[in-house]
Every structure is written in C-alpha cells, then in structure tokens.
Design a protein. Structure first.
Lengths: 265, 289
C-alpha cells in the first residue's frame, strides 16, 4: 500500500517534470484528428478538438496538484491559527467562532463551494478562493478542540505561571503538539479538495478553457462518451489513481505520526 | 444560514438586470425592472423583505422563466428526494452485508478483497463512476436507459452512482463497528450461554453494532444531497441539483439562492431527525436526560 502510494505520486510528479522537459503542447488544436483512439502519434488518443489527451492529462494533473496544495496550505494555516487562538482565549471569541463554523457546517459537502464559486465567477483564482473560504472550518474545529484540551495541561499552566505571554505559550507549547494531528487531517482532506476542484471545473465553475483541468476534461469526455469512450475512461482512471494514492498516503502518515494511538492529547 | 446565502448571492459582481435586458436596453427599462425586482432598495430592506416572504413560503420569482420559484422547487424536490432515498437504500443493502461479512472473515482473503474494493469505490468521484456505469449498462449492455427520467428504470444508474460511493463508506464503518462489538464482554457472555453463532450475531452483536451507523447515515445524506448536484447533471435528472447548476449558468440568482437554502435546510433537518431517532433507539442516551 505504502509502496503503491509513493510510486503513484512519484509517477505523476515525474510525468509533470517530463511534460515540461518535452515541451508538450496541451492546447494545440488539430481539427483533422478529433476524438481519435490511442495511436503511436497520440498515445492516449485525442479529444474533441484534436488535442493530445496525454499532454492535457499531464497539464491537468499539474494544475490540479497546484490548486490542491495551495488550498490545503492556506486553509490549514488559517484554520489552525483561528482554532488555536479561539481554544486558548476562550470566552466570547470562542463562542462567536463556534457559531460561525456551525453555520458553515450546515451546508453539506461542496454545496457552499459551489455557491461561492457561482458568486465569484469562474477562473483559477476564484476557484482557489472559493475552496479556501469553505475549507478552513474543519481545521478550525479540530485545532480548537485540541487546544481546549491542551490548555489544561501542566506544561502550559507552568509556562503561564512563569509569565510567558499568550503568543509564546501558543507558539512554543501548544502549536507543536497540535501540528501532527492537523497534518494528518490535511493529508486526508487533500483528496477531497482535489475532488472538489474537479467537481467545480466539471460544473463549469472552475478552471476555464483552454486551460486543461481534469474536471473540465471529464465534462467534455462525458459529452462525447458515445463516440470516444476511451476519453472518459482514461481521464477518470488517472484521477482515481491519484486520489487513491493520496488517501493511502494519508494512512501512512497517520501511522507514522502515530496520532490515534497517542495518549498525550 | 438564510443570512449567509443572502449576503453571498448579493455580492455577485454581475448585474442581473444587464444580463436580462442585454446591452442595448434603454435606461428607463433598466430602472423599471430594477424596481420590479426590488433591487433599488437598500440591502437591509431587501433582506427583511426576503425573510418575510420566505416565512410565507414565497421564494420569489425566477428572473429567467418568470415563474414562481416555489413551483420550480415543488417540481424538482421530489425527484431529488426519490433519487437520494433509492441511493440510500442501495448503499444500505450493499454496504451493511458486505461490512458484516468482512468483519466475520476479518483477516481472511474475503476481508482483504472487500476492503480493497471499498477503498477503490470511495476514491471514485461521482463524475467518473456515473459515466462508467452509463457506458457499461446503457451503451454496451443496453440494459438501462442512458439518461433522462423516462420510466422507473432510469433512476437505477444515477442512484447506483450515488449509492455505491455511500456503500463503500458504510462497509468500512460496519466492519469497524462490528469488530469492536464482538470484543465486548456481553458477546462473550452470550457465547458462554451456549447460543449459536447466528443467535449471537443477530440478537446481540448487530443490534449494538448498527446503532453508530445511524449517525453516519445521517451525515452521509448531506453529501448525498450535494453529490446529487453532479449526478443529476450527468444523467439529466430534473432535480434540485440540476436546477441549481442551470440557475448558476443563467445567473438566475433568486433560484440559486433558493436551491442552496433548500438543500442546506434539508441537511440540517435530516441531522436533527437522526439525533432524535438515535435517542429513541439507544436507551443509554435516554438515561442521561
């Protein structure tokens, strides 16, 4: 499992690198060769505008990984800080924060992201913004719960009674104990961010043509499914392999950081 | 929640009046329409009016088709509900038995196979599983209709798309929950009493193991509703999800607002209902009240 996960991730990263080295032309249109089956010239065939599917898949994974990493990093940083501060300070700030997160959590799944993306308009930066606006909540809840528990720990009380400032306590005494559990959460949520990105692009709310993205490619592929079934199978298969690898990678990270079996939190 | 959806959709940069009338419309027409839609009022006033109308069951009118939104919702909602219920049934029928079997054979090859399968299913997003099912059952085998809403058979593919993902989660949850219960003291007691394995499983273990699943099912109904947005788009299923996507494409924002609100409220309602049922089913939680 571990090997599979690492190999798949390495495989895709390698492809992205190779794609840059070979200077692939994912947006080159060739109307004489539309919806072709895989051949020696186009290894995975061509799409409805005669563009090489392999080149577009590689460009797509690059965009997808970039969005996923950016969104995960932003949401983790924002959510962690908010949750840490709320859990540490407590009181009205904490109550207000919990109310806000409750409202966000009342919207199931990617519904809120769809609504935000619809409001903000399509495009790469708006897509990232929409995913960030909805993604921070889980981290905030997690970090808040953990820091509420940590706050009562002896070493935190000791630091406080020695006169350490709130900032110092949070930074040096609470943050290091939170980070591993938040990282594991981040690893798992990467897969759902990736699916959310593809879903929004699939609905036409995310990355716009001609830029390649797996969601948008799937949308085209579904439209031409009867003529070129290989298109949808290839793009979907690629996506599934990557999501599977990320999920299994999350398992590995969880075991490595030993979050569950740990009695310290 | 009402507040958030309202604020959200009034921050749209584009002006719906421009979209409806086109670039060449006269100034007077614009003002007239703006007044008709109530867009000339200040935002707090608009909000108060909106909430007042909402309490009377009035969602406003669609900018695009000029019909009452409540009527659109009334047509779309039952379709989504039906889809979600059939998907839930598929999820339960497939997921729970597989989970039980997997737990009983824990460590054997059957368990490994089922676990591998469910991990893979869970990694399959709806917009891929849907087309694959469509290709296999509708195009290649020709057993089921490709899309649309003609005849009872057409619900099978979209419901399978939603239900199989759910069943993967339920399988894993059932397995974990049952394995935990099987290690409890009361199971040992039941076995020591000389009950058959079947009796131990059906009368003692399952009753305790399936209870936590209820919460999961409640929570998953939410992702089912949200997943319906994609699935309905793929299969041209005229439910809330499709209404939502179409309204976004047409910038028909009162409809978008109503759809988001209705789905979110259903989700909250389902979770409240799950909590109540849980309390009723589990005597332990009743004792604490």
């Amino acid at each position: 499992m571990k090997v599979f996960s690492l190999l798949t991730l390495a495989f895709w990263l390698l492809l992205v690198l190779l794609g840059h080295l070979c200077q692939l032309q994912p947006n080159q249109i060739d109307l004489n060769a539309i919806l072709q089956w895989p051949s020696a010239q186009h290894w995975l065939g061509t799409d409805d505008l005669g563009r090489d599917i392999l080149a577009r898949v590689i460009r797509g994974v690059e965009v997808s990984l970039m969005v996923t990493l950016l969104v995960t990093a932003f949401t983790m940083a924002i959510g962690l800080s908010i949750g840490l501060i709320a859990g540490y300070k407590g009181g009205r700030l904490d109550t207000a924060l919990m109310q806000i997160t409750n409202i966000f959590l009342a919207f199931p799944g990617i519904l809120l992201a769809i609504a935000f993306a619809a409001v903000l308009g399509a495009g790469l930066s708006n897509l990232i913004l929409a995913l960030c606006l909805t993604g921070w909540v889980t981290y905030a809840r997690l970090a808040r719960g953990q820091s509420l528990a940590l706050r009562q720990r002896l070493h935190v009380l000791a630091a406080e009674s020695l006169g350490a400032s709130g900032w110092r306590v949070m930074r040096l005494h609470m943050f290091p104990m939170l980070i591993s559990i938040v990282l594991v959460e981040a690893a798992y949520s990467m897969a759902s961010v990736m699916i959310a990105e593809a879903s929004l692009s699939f609905l036409g709310l995310g990355i716009q043509a001609p830029e390649a993205s797996w969601g948008a490619m799937l949308r085209d592929a579904v439209r031409f499914m009867l003529v070129a079934p290989h298109y949808v199978l290839i793009v979907g298969g690629c996506m599934m392999s990557l999501i599977l690898a990320i999920n299994l990678g999350g398992d590995v990270l969880r075991d490595r950081l030993d979050v569950r079996s740990e009695g310290r939190l | 929640m009402v507040c958030l959806t309202f604020i959200l959709l009034h921050l749209i940069p584009g002006d719906p009046v421009d979209v409806m009338l086109g670039e060449s419309a006269s100034g007077a027409d614009r003002v007239a329409l703006r007044m008709q839609l109530g867009l000339d009022q200040s935002l707090p006033v608009q909000f108060a009016q909106y909430v007042l109308h909402l309490l009377q069951g009035d969602f406003g009118t669609s900018i695009h088709t000029q019909t009452a939104i409540s009527q659109l919702l009334w047509q779309a909602y039952p379709a989504t509900l039906l889809l979600a219920l059939v998907a839930l049934a598929i999820g339960l029928i497939v997921g729970i038995p597989l989970g039980i079997w997997s737990a009983l054979k824990a460590g054997h090859w059957q368990d490994v196979m089922i676990t591998m399968l469910s991990i893979r299913l869970a990694a399959m997003p709806a917009f891929w599983l849907g087309p694959v099912l469509m290709l296999v059952f509708a195009v290649w085998l020709g057993w089921l209709p490709v899309s649309g809403m003609a005849g009872p058979a057409s619900i099978l593919l979209p419901a399978l798309t939603l239900g199989l993902g759910l069943s993967a989660i339920l399988t894993r949850m059932t397995r974990t929950s049952l394995l935990e219960v099987l290690n409890e003291d009361f199971i040992r007691t039941a076995r020591a009493k000389g009950l058959t394995e079947r009796q131990v499983l059906l009368q003692h273990a399952l009753r305790a193991a399936l209870l936590p699943l209820l919460t999961i099912v409640g929570l998953q109904m939410g992702s089912l509703l949200a997943g319906a947005v994609i699935t309905e788009t793929i299969f041209s299923w005229n439910g809330i999800g499709r209404l939502l996507v179409e309204s976004i494409e047409k910038r028909d924002y009162p409809v978008t607002q109503a759809c988001v609100l209705v789905v979110a409220m259903s989700y909250v309602f389902i979770n409240q209902a799950t909590d109540l049922v849980y309390r009723w089913l589990d005597p332990r939680t009743r004792g604490h009240q």
